[in-house]
Design a protein around this ligand. Structure first.
Ligand code: SAM
Ligand code: SF4
Length: 348
């Protein structure tokens, strides 16, 4: 592991002085999801196939390029950055990037966070906290070791639970994300919610989305959250709240557990009207919409003769093409994925 205290001299700021990023639907962009790798140490069956073809390293942005891009976005009004992947903590020296971006906290950046599967969180929790990370999203779909091993194709539940515990010890607030899957974890969801709340973690449930080819037909495991919600309503007293974390989740407080439940329903409910975000893949492709194919090549701009000028142009184009909404469909048996790219490209 790299020493989190050593500054990487190559990670230096660039000055981008354009105004705030606003799209053609007058949505102000303040949130960047930055994927730092397409690689992962798990193989969640709804996310990627066992024999996933990962990108050659030269196609992936260097840490210096990722930093340059991120600071460019901060200079254009992005106040929140979520580092994601693939699994961000499998990228070598990733703590250097957190350290460098952490120095922008209070100087344009309000929040630096990450989404992780937590297999390596125990090693990195302290360094992340030192870098200024305060909250971390951990993806955890089941507490049953066998189900975890079947679903992720790796026997790593103990490491994940250690990672969550280490994060809490380091003072990080943990939020859990779980994909609701028919016939896999659907009967366990109330227990998962109760466990999360007992541990003091918020938890958000997510509908499976048709992104990238996997071995299975996702329709087989698609579980509308309206069904989950009805079941939870039978068991507990849920009260909808207006709480927002700036994301697409809707929240309900559960009286009996004393905790908060988030529901992200990209398929049964559109969440696009208040969209304030952009996603950049590890190869520097900017996708203005998770469900759309529109993209802008920031890597080409970054590696060109005039990176500043070309980046500004690329961002202007991204604002021009950000669509009003996505058009996911999963309810046609055997349908092609809505987008051929996997979620591990754009991160969650
Ligand atoms: N590896 C990290 C993790 O799992 O937290 C970060 C990247 S992962 C792609 C981000 C999130 O996307 C995870 O919570 C995962 O469950 C979710 N995800 C992956 N594929 C999905 C799909 N097809 N539909 C819905 N969520 C998906
Ligand atoms: Fe890896 Fe995250 Fe995809 Fe699971 S969901 S395979 S942990 S990138």
């Amino acid at each position: 592991m790299s020493d989190a205290r050593n500054r990487n001299p190559d990670l230096i700021a660039v000055d981008n002085s354009g105004g705030p990023l606003v799209d053609t639907f007058q949505r102000r962009i303040t949130y960047l999801r930055l994927s730092v790798t397409d690689r992962c140490d798990l193989r969640c069956s709804y996310c990627m196939p066992e024999r996933m073809q990962f990108l050659p390293k030269k196609e992936v942005l260097t840490l210096e390029e990722l930093y340059e891009l991120a600071t460019g976005f901060i200079d254009r009004g992005v106040t929140k950055i979520r580092v994601t992947g693939g699994e961000p903590l499998v990228r070598r020296d990733i703590i250097d990037l957190f350290d460098a971006l952490g120095r922008r906290l209070g100087n344009g950046l309000d929040e630096l966070t990450l989404t992780t599967n937590a297999t390596r969180l125990a090693q990195h929790a302290e360094a992340l906290a030192q870098a200024g990370v305060r909250r971390v999203n951990v993806s955890l779909d089941t507490l049953d070791r066998e189900t975890f091993t079947r679903l992720t194709r790796r026997d790593a539940l103990p490491q994940v639970l250690d990672g969550i515990a280490a994060a809490r010890e380091a003072g990080l607030k943990v939020k859990l994300n779980a994909v609701a899957l028919k016939g896999i974890n659907e009967h366990e969801l109330p227990d998962l919610v109760a466990w999360a709340h007992r541990q003091g973690h918020d938890i958000t449930l997510i509908e499976v989305m048709p992104l990238g080819e996997v071995e299975e037909d996702r329709l087989d495991h698609y579980l509308p959250l309206s069904v989950v919600r009805d079941r939870l309503d039978e068991r507990w007293t849920l009260t909808d709240t207006d709480a927002s974390t700036g994301g697409p989740a809707r929240y309900a407080d559960i009286a009996e557990t004393g905790g908060r439940l988030g529901l992200i329903t990209p398929l049964t409910n559109n969440f696009c009207a208040g969209c304030n975000r952009l996603r950049v893949t590890a190869t520097g492709q900017l996708y203005p919409c998770l469900g759309g194919s529109e993209r802008v090549d920031l890597r080409a701009a970054l590696r060109s003769d005039q990176p500043q000028v070309n980046l500004e142009q690329a961002l202007a184009r991204a604002m021009a093409i950000k669509p009003e909404r996505h058009h996911f469909r999963i309810d046609e048996p055997g349908a092609d994925p809505a987008q051929p790219r996997h979620m591990s490209m754009t991160g969650g």
